[in-house]
Each structure stands twice: as structure tokens, then as C-alpha cells.
Design a protein around this ligand. Structure first.
Ligand code: ZN
Length: 169
């Protein structure tokens, strides 16, 4: 495994619509492993392939609280994700992004989602996400269409990296 370099704005790949994942081969497995390692090293809670300069519809997210058994830490890999259903209800929360250094912002997102995608092996997976994990999913999903949280934020402000470590996607 190897760490990949995280690219930042205004890198053009962050603004492109990413391509579908078609091969779940050995190179893909290496890419996913590297993304997980890069996410943990950052550290962050989500990382999309365009953020390491690769225009593929792929992201990883890892969220949970080691001290709270109600939210065990879990790793998700999503290739070719889709949002099947989204709540009408929306909620505002603070986000930051590994590719948008030193900024944070308040973004309105769906409260819950039903999503599907393919895992590391290419198997179709389906989940219902609610709360913070639903927010992370929406942030990462936007990356695959070249959208950044600052495009949707109602308010953006300067923030020190240590303040945003918990919320960076
Ligand atoms: Zn991001």
C-alpha cells in the first residue's frame, strides 16, 4: 500500500464529472487500499478518487466512534454510487474538505438516504444512511460530479486544520 497525494483547488480534476468504474481488477484493489491508507493518514472521514487526481466514480468513507458502541467505526467503499431515495427533510451541518484547505462551511443536506453502489469486489451493496454518515456520503458523491461543499455552503469561513480534522471529507 502507498499514500497518494491529495490534490486541492483549483486542480481541474476536482471539477470534472468522473468516469464509471468498469474493472474491479488488481489495480483497482490497490487503488482502494491506497485510498483507505491516505484517508486514515490525512486524517479524514471520506475521500473520493478525484481528490487523489483520479477521475473515477469511487470513494471511501470511514466513520464511527471507537468509544461509542452505538456508532462502531466502519469502512465503506463505494464504486459507481447512486442515491435511490432521499429524505425531504434537510439538515444544516458544518463540513470541511481535504481538497479545500483551511475552509469550513454550513451545508444543507438530506437527513437520510437510501443508496446503492458496488464494493471493492464489484458486488452490489445497498444501505440506508442517516445522520452524519448520510452527510459524508452526499459530500463524497458530489465530488464525483465536480461539486465542492463550498458551492453549496450557505456560509463559509476560515478554519484552522486542527478544528476541522473530525469533519474533513
Ligand atoms: Zn471533500
Amino acid at each position: 500500500m502507498a499514500l497518494r497525494k491529495i490534490v486541492s483547488v483549483p486542480e481541474p480534476v476536482l471539477r470534472r464529472k468522473a468516469h464509471k468504474v468498469t474493472d474491479f481488477n488488481k489495480d483497482f484493489q490497490t487503488l482502494v487500499n491506497d485510498m483507505v491508507e491516505t484517508l486514515r493518514d490525512a486524517p479524514g472521514v471520506g475521500l473520493a478518487a478525484p481528490q487523489i487526481g483520479i477521475s473515477l466514480r469511487l470513494f471511501v468513507m470511514e466513520f464511527g466512534d471507537e468509544e461509542d458502541e452505538n456508532i462502531p467505526k466502519k469502512l465503506y467503499v463505494f464504486a459507481n454510487p447512486e442515491i435511490i431515495q432521499a429524505s425531504e427533510e434537510k439538515v444544516i451541518g458544518t463540513e470541511a474538505c481535504l481538497s479545500v484547505p483551511d475552509l469550513a462551511g454550513d451545508v444543507e443536506r438530506h437527513t437520510w438516504l437510501v443508496v446503492k453502489g458496488q464494493n471493492k469486489q464489484g458486488k452490489v451493496v445497498k444501505y440506508r444512511f442517516e445522520g452524519w454518515i448520510a452527510r459524508i456520503f452526499q459530500h463524497e458523491y458530489d465530488h464525483l460530479d465536480g461539486i465542492l461543499f463550498t458551492d453549496k455552503a450557505e456560509k463559509v469561513w476560515q478554519s484552522r486544520p486542527e478544528e476541522t480534522e473530525e469533519i474533513r471529507d
